[in-house]
Design a binder for this molecule. Structure first.
Ligand code: ATP
Length: 421
């Protein structure tokens, strides 16, 4: 067996809301490495971390890749540091790049750290201390917050993974309207879904491959495999130059952010969980269009929300009724509300308790507290105040999953089309 000595390289926190994208910076570095005959071992990786991290620009993503740790490794190190120095958006207060070099095999402690960066908050000091103890070479620019994500980006094991093809614009077009032929995106989706996914939100006629920010990305296509990405790229037509493109291996759409909670009270704010519970009340919509209901179990209750951006998903949620037993997936945000990403119905409550029907066929009304029922039509009275169970038709189905639309989906959320249902 040939043992290859590997140099892992991690980069994070180079962009700002006004421009740049760490994936673009990585693709520039990869081009420079290739010009110097330095090839990557495997695809570069785009690793999404804690969706609630405070200083994220957009999707909290770090990038990593690995090369042979041979005579050219020092040249590679220099190229990486120079490009981060040249291209990072240093003017933005919140841009604090971090670069990590690590030689050798990823240890189980590093893997644990990476999962912590997805599930918890980590400080710069903690990351630095951990990185040093693990043997990482650490480079901080400004505050160097990016080292938190860079260490995680090289360390995360990727058993389940997807790929994303990112195409980049010519720099003179940054900030202008993207010239993507939408018809061709519909065709691409038709021909490559479900190998590719998250291309279009049909309910909103929303082209999800197109970013809405002034970043260098022209479009990004997500997929389970590289072949379908190549096919998809051939189908999508654009009326502006594609300056470059790069395929990343990623933890997007794997549900890696979701932890199985034992019960409702064990969940913490800013964590993402899967938990079962009983619907306590009819979902209610409030001003602003957000929809809420309570979910409970023996340990407690939590308010669950389907927010306005989830559009039609709120309509689905509105069909829940008290007594339904469901499994929800999502995260507990700023307001301490469980923000639902998807849910599975485990057991619908298909019984409703109603007033009895009179012999004459009319439903009876209450004759007063503990006074039984009376019939308004024929005047008949009964003493019992017990309501009777009536089976009701439900539009939701037992065992079925329901998810938020593409336009409102988190990078890490696993869509149903990836769930082997
Ligand atoms: P983009 O997706 O466009 O690359 P971004 O949303 O990834 O931008 P960054 O500029 O990378 O935003 O900023 C996110 C910052 O949060 C980075 O400095 C990263 O190191 C840090 N970070 C990542 N995970 C955690 C965590 N678990 N706890 C605290 N900080 C984190």
């Amino acid at each position: 067996m040939i043992i290859i000595n590997v140099l892992h390289i991690g980069i994070d926190d180079t962009d700002s809301p006004d421009g740049m994208c760490t994936t673009y910076l990585a693709s520039q570095i990869i081009n420079k490495l290739n010009e110097n005959d330095i090839e990557l071992l495997d695809y570069p990786r785009l690793i999404r971390l804690n969706p609630f991290a405070r200083f994220k620009t957009r999707g909290n993503g770090g990038v990593s890749f690995k090369i042979k740790n041979d005579g050219k490794a020092n040249l590679a190190r220099q190229i990486v540091l120079d490009e981060v120095e040249n291209l990072s958006m240093f003017d933005c207060d919140n841009t604090n790049p971090g670069v990590i070099f690590y030689e050798g095999d990823i240890t189980s402690e590093m893997e644990d750290y990476a999962f912590r960066a997805i599930h918890e908050f980590i400080t710069i000091e903690e990351a630095e201390e951990f990185g040093k103890s693990a043997g990482c070479e650490i480079h901080k620019f400004k505050k160097g917050r990016g080292i938190i994500g860079s260490i995680a980006a090289i360390s995360l094991p990727l058993e389940d993974h997807t790929f994303e093809l990112l195409t980049y614009r010519a720099s003179e077009n940054y900030g202008t309207e993207r010239l993507i032929d939408y018809e061709s995106v519909y065709k691409m989706d038709e021909e490559t879904y479900p190998d590719t996914f998250e291309n279009i939100d049909y309910s909103e006629n929303y082209i999800a491959i197109e970013p809405k920010t002034p970043c260098p990305v022209l479009y990004g296509i997500r997929s389970n495999n590289v072949d379908s990405l190549k096919k998809a790229k051939d189908i999508v037509k654009v009326e502006e130059p594609i300056a470059d493109f790069c395929i990343f291996k990623t933890n997007q759409h794997t549900d890696m952010h979701i932890q199985k909670a034992e019960n409702i009270s064990s969940m913490k704010q800013f964590g993402c969980y899967e938990v079962c519970g009983t619907v306590k009340n009819r979902p209610k919509i409030i001003d602003g269009g957000h929809m809420f209901f309570y979910l409970g179990d023996d340990s407690g209750e939590i308010e669950c929300g389907a927010y306005e951006p989830t559009k039609n998903f709120r309509h689905t949620v509105s069909h829940l009724r008290p007594g339904d037993f469901i499994r929800v997936y999502g995260g507990i945000g700023e307001q301490n509300t469980f923000n639902i990403e998807k849910f599975q119905v485990i057991k619908l409550n298909d019984v409703e308790y109603k007033n009895p029907i009179c012999e004459c066929g009319k439903r009876m009304t209450s004759a007063g507290k503990n006074k039984g029922f009376k019939c308004k039509k024929c005047g008949r009275k009964i003493k019992s105040s017990k309501k009777v169970p009536v089976k009701i038709q439900r539009s939701l189905k037992n065992f079925q999953f329901y998810e938020t639309p593409v336009s409102a989906r988190r990078h890490l959320s696993k869509p149903l089309c990836r769930m082997n249902l």
